[in-house]
Design a protein around this ligand. Structure first.
Ligand SMILES: *[C@@H]1O[C@H](CO)[C@@H](O)[C@H](O)[C@H]1NC(C)=O
Length: 220
């Protein structure tokens, strides 16, 4: 639907504010099993992770068939879990999860743990700009850009892979969130963006990268 921004009528201004709130929150819990692979995803919009726990904070979650001593510690939480998930999943439509990916330490040995993720689906625009390409973001009159996430690197095999040798696309762990786009584009009606090492530095030498961008145009 089209937003109406450049109007002095207060009823239309109110309409514009209402259409901003297209936000849905979801919770996904994955029990700590070697072969458990879970997904978080959005029907519309993109994932923004806003809280995450790897550990155990109650004795009920993921408790079926487990001995009580495995559930005894309910104050167990790994540091840095949110950061790992944000780097991996923010801005994607679907994100594959497994506790192996998230585990960077054992916060409570001998306790059966789980991963709990709260995320929101933002109805925002997702753009991918392959390395050395340039793009122009443009909002309608009366609207300005707001950038939610930007990553210059590589998080999967298939994006920006056309005619690229495997050696240049095999590193899918090149996570490099950047605030540069937001700093130069937020609040502007339009913005030119170049995906290149000269702008962002080179987070993974030898890998062909891309800039992933999640943004929205909103009323001034
Ligand atoms: C996720 O959201 C629920 C409901 O608001 C909350 O009870 C829970 O503590 C949240 N989980 C984390 C890991 O913050």
């Amino acid at each position: 639907q089209k937003k109406i921004c450049n109007s002095s009528f207060s009823v239309l201004a109110a309409f514009c504010v209402l259409t901003r709130g297209d936000v849905f929150t979801h919770t996904v819990v994955t029990c700590d099993d070697l072969n458990n692979v879970d997904h978080i995803g959005c029907d519309t919009g993109v994932i923004i992770v806003h809280s995450a726990l790897y550990g155990r904070t109650d004795s009920k979650t993921c408790s079926e068939g487990k001995a009580p001593q495995l559930l005894a510690n309910t104050k167990c939480s790994q540091r840095g879990t949110l950061d790992v998930l944000k780097k991996r999943c923010d801005g994607k439509r679907v994100c594959e999860l497994n506790t192996n990916v998230v585990r960077t330490s054992d916060p409570c040995p001998g306790i059966y743990k789980y991963l709990e993720v709260n995320y929101t689906c933002f109805t925002a625009t997702r753009r991918v700009i392959c390395e050395n390409s340039q793009t122009y973001l443009q909002c309608d009159e009366g609207e300005v850009l707001i950038v939610y996430t930007a990553n210059y690197g590589r998080r999967d095999h298939y994006t920006c892979s056309y005619q690229k040798p495997d050696i240049q696309i095999k590193n899918t762990n090149c996570l490099n969130p950047t605030s540069k786009i937001g700093e130069s584009c937020n609040g502007k009606n339009s913005c030119t963006i170049k995906a290149s090492n000269s702008v962002f530095g080179d987070p993974c030498v030898g890998t062909y990268k891309y800039l992933e961008l999640v943004y929205k145009c909103q009323c001034k």
